[in-house]
Design a protein around this ligand. Structure first.
Ligand SMILES: Cc1cc2nc3c(=O)[nH]c(=O)nc-3n(C[C@H](O)[C@H](O)[C@H](O)COP(=O)(O)OP(=O)(O)OC[C@H]3O[C@@H](n4cnc5c(N)ncnc54)[C@H](O)[C@@H]3O)c2cc1C
Length: 376
């Protein structure tokens, strides 16, 4: 009987960390999550999840709960801003087991947290990791409040600006992605025009409430000025309307920019993480998952999904490779190859037609992949 680890510390209680803890619990492995923020301090907005992410949620037994408040769709229509249809592509289909959904991040988080509390996994809030070092056989974690915790295995699920990553790949830092590229049209759709792309996807189950996502390139400015702008909803709306309120765009696009209620207008800077040289420390006692390992362009709509896949597959590996010698290095190489790049998605769509991105992205089943990996 393999020895089961009992003191796994997960740094970060975002999507990746929560899914990892739930997946470990499925394998009978206990873990503790250390999260820097408070229980209530989480940003809102919506997230789109495709079949590969929903398969993970399904394996955790949480699919129906997440689906309750979600808008379900299978394809996006690609349109020009002048209104003509360029084509369409499948974002996920029931043929692949699951459709795509758009759901409030708070809903997804509530479902994951409620499952976490049922299985008694501990989440310690207000614990900001400041320093991590490997001392003899353990990893020592120093938190902002002065407490020190030791653990035999630490998983960094602490996002794009990961502190854990500094112990594994200090040379890799997120970089700003500078080179980002009337209801008479189909919904959901992505509209392309000279000013950029504007994706319209409903956000409630019947599809009555419209949401949108757009990327805009603005002159760089100090972080305090960015933060002031994100809070200034009137200015954000004016900037969007300046680009998308023009006559060359469908009327609904300008209306969405103007009339969306302030609380729902959210802005994020876009950073991407260059490829990591390694995912684990030399001793394999410290491991990275989620955005900490592969922060990617939101244009892929796959960052969260990759974190979910990471969590499920790493839990499988830790349950089947107690010494982290055999499977863990294979897992790290496998997940590195799986990192989805924006150009891969667009390439698959262009070269393989509307179902193109489906197989490689959507059909991924972490449990089957790991079983195959262990046979190699
Ligand atoms: C605009 C935008 C749209 C997106 N849309 C989609 C989409 O439609 N579909 C999709 O799949 N993905 C999408 N993504 C990507 C997705 O949101 C991320 O990939 C995902 O949230 C990453 O989850 P994570 O748990 O790895 O990291 P995070 O969500 O960043 O969580 C990290 C957690 O660690 C905590 N933490 C950080 N530092 C420390 C520390 N030192 N000590 C303790 N705790 C710490 C943080 O407080 C946080 O709770 C989008 C991203 C953006 C920016």
């Amino acid at each position: 009987m393999a020895k089961v680890r009992t003191d796994i510390a997960i740094i970060g209680g975002g999507l990746s960390g929560l899914v990892l803890a739930l997946s470990l619990h499925r394998h009978g492995i206990k873990s503790t999550i250390y999260e820097s923020r408070s229980r209530l301090d989480f940003a809102g907005g919506y997230i789109g999840l495709g079949p590969n992410a929903l398969r993970v949620i399904h394996h955790l037994g949480l699919y129906n709960a997440v689906l309750e408040d979600a808008y379900t769709y299978e394809k996006l229509e690609l349109m020009t801003s002048a209104g003509s249809v360029i084509g369409s592509f499948w974002t996920g289909s029931r043929v692949q087991g699951f459709p795509s959904i758009r759901v409030r991040r708070s809903k997804l988080r509530d479902v994951l947290l409620s499952a976490i509390s049922k299985n008694r996994t501990e989440i310690v809030y207000g614990k900001e990791l400041q320093k991590l070092s490997e001392v003899n056989d353990v990893v020592e974690l120093v938190f902002g409040d002065g407490t020190v915790v030791t653990s035999s295995l630490v998983i960094g699920a602490d996002g794009l600006r990961s502190t854990v990553r500094k112990a594994i790949a200090p040379e890799t830092q997120p970089k700003e992605q500078l080179d980002q590229e009337a209801l008479d049209f189909s919904i959901p759709s992505m509209i392309l025009g000279p000013e950029g792309s504007f994706t319209v996807i409903p956000v409630d189950p019947p599809g009555n409430r419209l949401g949108f996502i757009t990327t805009l390139q603005l002159p760089d400015r100090p972080m305090e000025e960015w933060q002031a702008l994100w809070k200034d909803k009137d200015s954000l709306k004016a900037i969007m309307e300046g680009s998308f309120g023009k006559e060359s765009w469908p009327k609904i696009v300008g209306a969405l920019c103007r009339e969306t209620v302030d609380d729902e207008v959210l802005a994020w800077p876009i950073f991407v993480l260059p490829d990591l040289a390694r995912r684990t420390s030399a001793s394999r006692k410290v491991i990275l998952i989620g955005d900490a390992a592969h922060g990617m362009s939101p244009a892929c709509g796959q960052g969260g999904a990759m974190g979910l896949e990471d969590g499920e597959t790493l839990a499988w590996v830790l349950a089947h490779d107690s010494t982290s010698q055999k499977l863990l290095p294979r897992w790290a190489a496998h997940r590195q190859q799986r990192k989805i790049k924006e150009w891969v998605i667009w390439g698959l769509i262009w070269y393989h037609g509307e179902a193109g991105m489906s197989a490689w992205v959507s059909n991924y089943d972490g449990e089957k992949e790991m079983a195959a990996l262990s046979m190699q």
